[in-house]
Design a protein around this ligand. Structure first.
Ligand code: AMP
Length: 221
């Protein structure tokens, strides 16, 4: 929810491939608040060979979850930074009940309210989307080989960097990520419904339609 001081703590929720990253980028531009993607933070740590990156590597490559304590400590530090003063969008966090409870405890300390928006997509579409997904390692823009190819061919049409296929966007790892989502992450829907701060949008629609639905939910709060 938008807080009294106008601050928005938005949690984008949904299975891998639902379009959380794509939507987060657009909302971030529209509302001028940062997107915090825990997946991107881990990929950055991995690229920079930090201790955190080395620890996260095996979990990420097998499609499993990085331990709660590591993720939550990273998020706590990130949302306390000055650029989050007017709000932020969390993409890919929380993913377990323990992470959700941790985050809620942080919000309770400050009296902050959050709004969770679930992007609903069926498993078969997730597989189809992720299997052809290309990501820009520099600016994070996402493409799909078949549905939304880059205008610049193999390069990002926004920043020109060569696009990559994420290591965990392979059939076997996608299956594992989906299983983890259904078993561990999906129960969070009930958690946030219980808090009265959950809304859902249809993630099977066109990117701009989904964006409009999300913005309408935000305005309504
Ligand atoms: P994503 O880009 O959100 O799909 O995240 C890629 C990978 O990073 C996941 O498959 C996990 O291994 C790890 N990861 C990202 N966010 C979390 C989180 N909140 N909890 C645990 N692991 C995470």
């Amino acid at each position: 929810m938008v807080n009294k001081d106008g601050k928005l703590a938005l949690l984008l929720f949904g299975p891998p491939g639902a379009g959380k990253g794509t939507q987060a980028r657009q909302i971030s531009v529209a509302l001028e608040i940062p997107t915090i993607s825990t997946g991107d933070m881990f990929r950055e740590a991995l690229k920079n060979q930090t201790e955190l990156g080395k620890t996260a590597k095996s979990y990420m490559e097998s499609g499993g979850l990085v331990p709660d304590e590591l993720v939550s400590a990273m998020v706590k530090e990130r949302i306390a930074r000055a650029d989050c003063a007017r709000g932020f969008i969390l993409d890919g966090y929380p993913r377990t009940i323990s992470q959700a409870e941790y985050l809620q405890a942080l919000f309770d300390e400050t009296g902050e309210k959050s709004l969770t928006i679930g992007i609903q997509v069926d498993d078969e579409h997730v597989i189809e989307r992720l299997a052809g997904r290309l990501t820009c390692p520099k600016c994070g823009k996402m493409f799909h080989q078949k549905f939304t190819p880059s205008k610049a061919g193999e390069n990002c049409d926004e920043c020109g960097t060569k696009l990559i296929l994420r290591k965990d966007d392979t059939a076997e790892v996608i299956r594992e990520r989906l299983q983890v989502y259904h078993k561990t992450t999906k129960p969070l829907i009930q958690y946030y419904k219980g808090l009265g701060s959950y809304a859902e949008v249809d993630g099977e629609k066109a990117v701009d339609e989904i964006f409009n639905s999300i913005m309408n939910v935000i305005k309504a709060h």
